[in-house]
Design a protein around this ligand. Sequence first.
Ligand code: SF4
Length: 243
Amino acid sequence: MTGDIYTFKILRYDSSVPEKRPEFQLYRIRVIPGLTVLTVLNRIRDEIDGTLAFRASCRSAVCGSCAMVVNGKIDLACRTQVASFDTREIILEPLPNLEIIKDLVVDMTPFWNMYEKIRPYLVRNSADPEKEIYQSEGDRKRIDQFVNCILCACCYGACPVLSRNPDYAGPAALAKLERFISDSRDERPMKELEAVNNDKGVWGCDTMLRCIDACPKDVRPTDSIVSLRKKLIKYKLLGKGNK
Ligand code: SF4
């Protein structure tokens, strides 16, 4: 038989049975080269233990559903090769900074609430043009990295500020705010930035850069926070209401 035997230690918890404390459950699985953590999770659920809960969909690092902690590192299970670790023990835990619903499934409500607050869409005041709204290649390039965000919440789980201040907007929401406010087609007034001109917004970031380390799509949320800070200072000094 090919492949090595791995021990998967998976944190189990059911919020509907709160009196039962979280505990690790062990599964021993033979893993052939090329298998991802998500493939193994599917095998455990389908062949060994149908009660194991985790989220997943695309298996291609596009949907952002399978974010979790693998051997202490936050990443997507679908893009993490089991054989990439130099140990035969793989520890799987749910994303930090969010309440566990069951096993590896966390309650994403606070993440989505923050995201919704920044109005994550193009805000227009002008009448709609007859054709599409033109955007130059240079203007598109300016927002490229932030467009790549798949809303997986890896950065949210990695953020040390959120671990002590759940009211902080978080890296993903601020990166999306930068993505839209810097979009040449967006017409929201600069005064909208007032909402993040505080410790719950852009000034709350400790610039520990853990969000950058955690992001599977090479988005750099800290860059967006620095850019928003600059925009705010300019807006305050020059007092310009519109972009
Ligand atoms: Fe995920 Fe990166 Fe977007 Fe954060 S910025 S939600 S880590 S893709």
